[in-house]
Design a protein around this ligand. Structure first.
Ligand code: ACO
Length: 305
C-alpha cells in the first residue's frame, strides 16, 4: 500500500500537495464549503440581537461571538482553497442554492433567550460534531478545527451562563427560556444529519477518516450530554420519550421529524429565503470593497515591478 491509502491507514494527514482520489477531494470541498457557509449564514440569527442586547456586557459578548463566526467561515474558505476551490465560486454556489449550509440556521431567533439557547444547544451540538473533526484526515481542515473548537466552547459557555442567569430570574424569564428550548431542541438534533441508514456519505467518509463517528453516534452523544445540563438549568426537553436506558447506558429519545429536516434542507424552512436574500445583498453591497482591494493590490504589484 502506498500513497493516499497508506497515509490514511497510518492515520496521518493528507496535505494539499499529496495525491488524493478525485472523490476524496470533492467530498472535502463539499463538507468544508458547507461548513464555511454555515458559519457565515449562522451570523444572522444572533446578529439581529446585537443592537437589542439587554446590557453592554451582553452586547460585547454577542458582538465577539458573531465576529468569531465570521473568522471561522474565513478559515474554512481558506482550507477549501487549498483543495483548489475558488472562494468567489463557493459564495456564488451558496447564493444560488447549489451548495448547502446547516439546516439549523433556517429557524428564526424570536427572543433574547434564543441567544442563550443557540449557545447552549446549537453550539453544543456543533462542538460534539466538530471536536472529532480536529482528527479528520485532511490536514488544513483538521488544523482549522482546533482553533474553531476552542472558540466554540467559549460560545457554548456564554449561552449556558446566560440561561443560568435567566432561569434564576423572573417567572417570565424562565418561561422565555423554556419556550426557546421547546423550539430549538428538535432542530438541534437534526444538525447531525440524516439517520445512518439514510446517510449516503457516511460509510465512505468513515473509511477515509474524514468522519470519525456516524451521525447517529454523535446525536446520541449530544442527547446524553444535554439531559443533565437541562436538569441543572431546570428546563424540560420537549420529548416525552426521553428516558434513561440502563441496558444501553444511554438515553432513549423520540423520532426526529425527518420530513421537516428534508423540507428545511430543500429550501422550504421558515427562514431559508430571508437568509439567502441577506447574504446576497451583503455580497452585492461589498462589491466595491473587493474591487478596491484588487485595484490596490494591482497598484502595489505594479510599483514593485
Ligand atoms: N443541514 C444541511 N444539510 C445537511 C445536514 C444539515 N444539518 N446534515 C446533512 N446534510 C446534507 C449533507 O451535506 C448531504 O448533502 P449533499 O450530499 O447533497 O452534499 C446530505 O445532507 C446527506 O447527509 P450525509 O450523507 O450524512 O452527509 P455528511 O456525511 O456530509 O454528514 C454532516 C453531514 C454531519 C453535517 C457533516 O457534513 C459534517 O460533519 N460537517 C461539518 C460540520 C458542519 O458543517 N457544521 C455546520 C453547522 S455548525 C456551525 O456552523 C456552528
Amino acid at each position: 500500500m502506498t500513497g493516499f491509502d497508506a497515509i490514511i491507514a497510518r492515520d496521518q494527514r493528507i496535505e494539499p500537495r499529496d495525491r488524493m482520489p478525485d472523490a476524496y477531494r470533492a467530498t472535502m470541498v463539499r463538507q468544508i464549503a458547507q461548513h464555511a457557509h454555515s458559519e457565515i449564514i449562522g451570523m444572522q440569527p444572533e446578529g439581529r440581537w446585537i443592537t437589542r442586547a439587554p446590557s453592554l456586557r451582553r452586547k460585547a459578548i454577542l458582538l465577539a461571538k458573531v465576529q468569531d463566526e465570521a473568522g471561522h467561515g474565513l478559515y474554512l474558505y481558506a482550507a477549501a482553497e487549498t483543495l483548489g476551490a475558488d472562494r468567489a465560486d463557493l459564495t456564488a454556489k451558496l447564493i444560488s442554492g447549489a451548495q448547502k449550509y446547516s439546516s439549523i440556521f433556517n429557524y428564526p431567533s424570536l427572543t433574547f433567550a434564543d441567544v442563550g439557547v443557540i449557545g447552549w444547544l446549537v453550539d453544543g451540538a456543533a462542538i460534539c460534531n466538530q471536536v472529532p473533526l480536529c482528527r479528520t484526515s485532511y490536514g488544513p481542515y483538521a488544523r482549522a478545527m482546533i482553533r474553531i473548537c476552542k472558540e466554540e466552547s467559549f460560545h457554548q459557555r456564554q449561552g449556558y451562563e446566560l440561561l443560568m442567569r435567566m432561569t434564576r430570574g423572573t417567572p417570565e424569564q424562565r418561561e422565555m427560556v423554556q419556550e426557546a428550548v421547546d423550539r430549538w431542541w428538535w432542530p438541534s438534533l437534526m444538525m447531525f444529519g440524516p439517520p445512518d441508514a439514510e446517510s449516503p456519505n457516511t460509510a465512505r467518509s468513515m473509511a477515509w477518516k474524514i468522519k470519525r463517528h456516524t451521525n447517529d453516534e454523535l446525536r446520541q452523544r449530544f442527547v446524553d450530554m444535554s439531559v443533565p445540563q437541562a436538569d441543572a438549568l431546570g428546563v424540560r426537553l420537549p420529548d416525552p420519550e426521553l428516558r434513561w436506558n440502563e441496558e444501553r447506558g444511554h438515553y432513549d429519545f423520540g423520532e426526529v421529524d425527518w420530513a421537516e429536516f428534508r423540507r428545511v434542507i430543500g429550501g422550504e424552512g421558515p427562514c431559508n429565503a430571508e437568509r439567502i436574500a441577506v447574504r446576497r445583498s451583503a455580497h452585492e453591497e461589498g462589491a466595491w470593497v473587493r474591487e478596491a482591494a484588487e485595484a490596490h493590490a494591482a497598484k502595489r504589484a505594479g510599483r514593485a515591478a
